[in-house]
Design a protein around this ligand. Sequence first.
Ligand code: C2E
Ligand code: CA
Ligand code: CA
Length: 690
Amino acid sequence: MPRAARRRSSLTRYFVVVSLVATTLLGCALVWVSSSVMRHQAVRLGTVTASSVGSYAVAPLNAEMFRTGILDDSQRAAVTAATSGFKDKLVELRLWSIDGRLMYSTARNTTTGLPDNTRFERMRASGEPDAQIVTDVRRVPGGSALASTEQPVLDVYVPVRAGDTSDPTTSVGVQPKDAIIGAAEVMIDQTVSQQSLADAVRTVTYVVVGGLVLLWLLLFRTVHSTSKRLHNTALENARLALLDSLTGLPNRRLLADRMRRGIQQARDEGTRVGLVLLDIDRFKEINDTLGHDRGDELLELVAERLRHSLRDEDVVARLGGDEFAILLPDVRTIENAARLARRVRDVFGAPFRLGGMELHVETSIGVACLPDHADDASSLMRTADVAMYAAKTHRTGVEVYDADDDHSSPARLILLGDLHRALEQAESGASTELEMHYQPKIDLASGRTVGLEALIRWRHPEHGLLLPSSFIPLAEQSGLIHVVTRFALEESIRQLAAWNGQGSTTPVAVNLSAHDVATDHVVDLIETLLQRYHVPVGQLEVEITETALVSDRSRVIPVLQRLAGMGVRVAIDDFGIGNTSISQLRDLPVDQLKIDRLFIADLRDDTREGSQVVVQAMVDLAHSFGLRVVAEGVEDESTSTILARLGVDEAQGFFYARPAAPTELPVQVRLPGQRVPSGRGRRPAASRPA
Ligand code: C2E
Ligand code: CA
Ligand code: CA
């Protein structure tokens, strides 16, 4: 029996026992009290009758007779006559003198006999009648010696006072009227009244028992149904505490519990536990634009799709907000977990119907497995979260945990230490593992190099050549990014000076991080470096991502203004993936718009007809604000042709040249006015994508 049910039945049982004992006691007490009240009442009534019989009996006598204790026949006849009215009720009447001599008895002619001394004395002492119900046993007149009758009688000793007699004087003198001079013992037949008393007690008993049984049944029903209701409420509360109120899915607490159990089992059996974390992309926007009700509706629909796409043993939980988790308590391989994650993502392919409109929802999904990526529940949760975050930032949809994405994994901490060391070497002027590579920007109209983008590389002693994606986010997180930027700027400006010395004046664009442009220290640094290396300000460009610009507009704009004031050209990098409209850039001191690779990659894809329209619109609008438009990530000739047709000014990409170290850069690339050996040119091994 479940624990709650047991508790409920024991509560009811407790009630049954206690209430039965209590009602039985109450019933007995009620019956006892009422019957004893009735008995007293009967005795009192009988005593009143006995008292009047007594006063009738002694009325014809005088005090002197009670003193002597002797009555003659006429006196006895007078007594008999005086009490003849009570004949039916009387069993026997006896008169006793004060010293206990029997003066008169209706039953016998003898005057021998003794009163019940105790009662006689009690009556004398109290001056009140002493009544008692006794069983009277009498011989049947004319019957055998053994034949007798038994009947209940009320036997009352009624005090006889001098004033009750016709003459209170005795031979000794006048008695005080209230002096007790004897007793009249009146025995009244109680058969009928005992019978009716018994009947009354029986009736009372029936009524009390019936009433109590009814009352008890009512109470029992109330207690039983209340206990059932309480029990159900308790169950419901327990259920709610573990379920998400919106979607009805298990909540974080229940998931944690299932995880603990799943992990224990996996440890015992040497199996694998998978955790898939899912987050709806741009849910906040959906919520803000469509309203919270629609947002909630979407979450419910998402929950429903998730539930239907999984096996029963997989636990789908809502962690809060737009975050869901799927626990795979027994997954065979990491690949299986990843496949399931991809399948879940495909489930979101079909649009959601929300209030008559169709909404396409994208998700970012992270996958982590125990024991591969974590060794306990909290680290499994953390690693799945890191993977999900990576899926979001790389916009890949599904990512399996990779220590490289994990800024707090031991591997990342070691890498951070290495970066520290590499930067210190660079600062001290020693040869360093960090280097800058350069990628040309081609003017699409003339096919000539009009600029170079400086891209950092790290020649790590163990890991080989590292691309910025594997250490720039780490540097940004740890605050080292300013040192990285200082290195990139100094190295690029130094290189510019060197190229200037060789007669090459192609401008170089350096990437700044969002952290760099939050204050204008970077402007001071640029000023200092340009002066130190005698490089004309017009040869330096900076690139700032659109997301950096919009994340903290109020702090970034003054920095941009100072740079523009100096004559440093500014490009907006990765344009299109944030949410800025070009018109928001109208009043900003920027020179270039670099359209993100994603839009460019779409161009050659014939199925994405809209992409050319989008790029065309960007180009037209940017031109109307006087901005030059640069396309990134051009990988083939057809894209290059399309871009030229769309009016894009400059292009950059593997088709023209890969980023390369200065020594590996073809000479004509650096020299303005030279045509670049397009795409089919030598590709430096160092800049092959990882
Ligand atoms: P980004 O500024 O968008 O740089 C362009 C990236 O696209 C470079 O990746 C480049 O190698 C790559 N690329 C160029 N042409 C093509 C192509 O045709 N196809 C493809 N698929 N990719 C192409 P890289 O060098 O790995 O740099 C990645 C990002 O790291 C850069 O993106 C930039 O945001 C950042 N970064 C690079 N150097 C620095 C630096 O010195 N400082 C800072 N703060 N960030 C940097
Ligand atoms: Ca860039
Ligand atoms: Ca870019």
